[in-house]
Design a protein around this ligand. Structure first.
Ligand SMILES: [Zn+2]
Length: 482
């Protein structure tokens, strides 16, 4: 790979956007200098990338993906190979996926299974969180082992999906105590799954089977209540760091804001689908088409939610964008969990509860949140912070990942604000899905060039990367805590 110089661009970090040149040697950024400072080096460089008029940002870090996840009677349709290639197309150079342990299963075997799926198959770097679906003495012991020896420092638990991944409050408390002991982060799917199952059964009994009922049977107060309960349990467990995943609701966000106001180690992420999609425009489409957007937590009503009108009366989305600006929401991830309509989403024809839950989005997060910058919802710096820097810090990968700085991995995206990206199945679309959740979206910006550890993986609308280039990242503890 040799020496690469990226010149004449504007480097964007959480603290500002500055004209700077970036010098890369092999897989690592070795220097960042004033424009022209490396002119003497340029002649001997193996590659010079002219970023005139463009932004130079750290590679995106998506800390919530589900490649090849067995779920809902089928498996997520992206492999680690297809999913990480799609990620690269979208300016993402690191993903953190979820290894699975269910009740009665061995945590170490679950993690080994995820290594088997991913190792040698990824085009970009990857790490793992561990799902703890069964709390017992063995799995609790394994948590500490994974933190110390395996580079897995975060554990996901579920207050939803009874009978699949669900843990009750006592089990959650016990796992949180273990995490507090070893410094790990607890990630929580916060929805009251017991109450949701009652609403689902009642809806089906009334003959309400269309995809829209997926959202109606998961009302936002059941996300807010579970978020509150998780926060209380984390406090009782010794202020263990708690990270609420895929937050979709303004009333749930209020719980996080209040906890943070009280000095708790509570963080939250949201995803592009909750910032851009509405129930009316997606799930409520006639017939079965709405199945494309069945995910949990659900896409919510824009301004017709009987339970929540928004803190300022503008619905959930306005609250989430504000939360992103205010750092009540620290991270944007995708919860990338793609399923095709054919043979997969179709499992739920005539029964919304049997539709596999998930949306594919790993390719489009950088684009969709950049569009928030264009729309005036957040700053350029905050885009980089929520999509690159904070996810790296939150999950113990900084400063190797998430920043353009000497010593960091040369994961770099050159972003062109003067070109456009049209998203759609016949436009930009590299995920292994037969539809796009963002069909027809036009982004006022474009991924220009992507480097993964010094290797150019996307350039001139072509993929130049290699399956197996991606390395496993052993993560440390969260760096977001005192
Ligand atoms: Zn998920």
């Amino acid at each position: 790979m040799g020496v690469t110089l990226i010149k004449n661009g504007t480097v964007v970090s959480p603290t500002g956007a500055t004209p700077q040149d970036v010098l890369i040697d092999g897989e690592v950024i070795v220097a960042v200098g004033a424009p022209g400072y490396f002119a003497a080096t340029e002649e001997g460089a193996d590659r010079v990338i002219d970023a005139t008029g463009k932004y130079v940002i750290p590679g995106g870090v998506d800390v919530h993906t589900h490649m090849e996840l067995p779920f809902g009677g089928t498996s997520a349709s992206d492999t680690f190979e297809s999913g990480t290639i799609a990620a690269a197309w979208g300016g993402v150079t690191t993903i953190v996926d979820f290894a699975v342990q269910r009740a009665g299963e061995d945590v170490h075997a679950g993690l080994a299974e995820w290594h088997r799926k991913a190792d040698g198959n990824c085009a970009i770097d990857y790490g793992f969180h561990q799902i703890i679906g069964g709390v017992d003495e063995e799995s609790l012991k394994a948590m500490s082992y994974l933190v110390e020896h395996e580079g897995v420092s975060s554990f996901k638990m579920f207050m939803a999906y009874p009978g699949v991944f669900y843990s009750d409050d006592g089990q959650i408390l016990r796992a949180m105590q273990q995490a507090a002991d070893c410094g790990a982060m607890i990630m929580m799917h916060a929805e009251n799954g017991i109450a949701i199952d009652v609403l689902v059964a009642q809806a089906l009994a009334r003959g309400e089977t269309d995809p829209r009922y997926h959202s109606y049977t998961r009302p936002s107060p059941l996300e807010a209540e579970a978020t509150h309960r998780a926060i209380v349990l984390s406090h009782v467990a010794g202020n263990v760091p708690l990270y609420i995943v895929h937050m979709s609701a303004g009333d749930a966000l209020e719980e996080v804001a209040a906890a943070r106001h009280h000095g708790r180690n509570v963080f939250a992420e949201t995803c592009p689908q909750y910032l851009w999609l509405t129930l009316e425009e997606t799930l409520a489409k006639p017939g079965f088409e709405g199945a494309k957007w069945v995910c949990s937590t659900p896409v919510r009503s824009k301004d017709n939610d009987p339970h929540w009108k928004g803190l300022h009366g503008h619905g959930h989305q306005a609250d989430l964008w504000r939360g992103l600006r205010m750092n009540e929401l620290a991270v944007v991830s995708t919860d990338h969990c793609p399923f095709c309509m054919k043979d997969q989403k179709e499992l739920g024809l005539g029964n919304f509860a049997a539709i596999p839950n998930g949306i594919g989005g790993v390719e489009h997060r950088m684009e969709l949140i950049y569009q928030g910058v264009v729309a005036g919802e957040l700053s350029l710096e905050r885009w980089v912070e929520t999509c690159c820097t904070t996810p790296a810090r939150m999950f113990g990968m900084y400063p190797r990942k998430g920043i353009i700085a000497p010593g960091a991995d040369a994961d770099v995206v050159v972003w062109d604000p003067n070109r456009r990206t049209k998203i759609g199945i016949n436009d930009k679309h590299h995920m292994n899905m037969d539809h796009s959740a963002y069909e027809g979206f036009v982004i006022d910006g474009k991924v220009d060039t992507v480097l993964s550890r010094g290797m150019v993986v996307v350039e001139n609308d072509q993929f130049h990367g290699r399956t197996g280039h991606g390395q496993y990242i052993k993560r440390g503890l969260s760096q977001y805590l005192v």
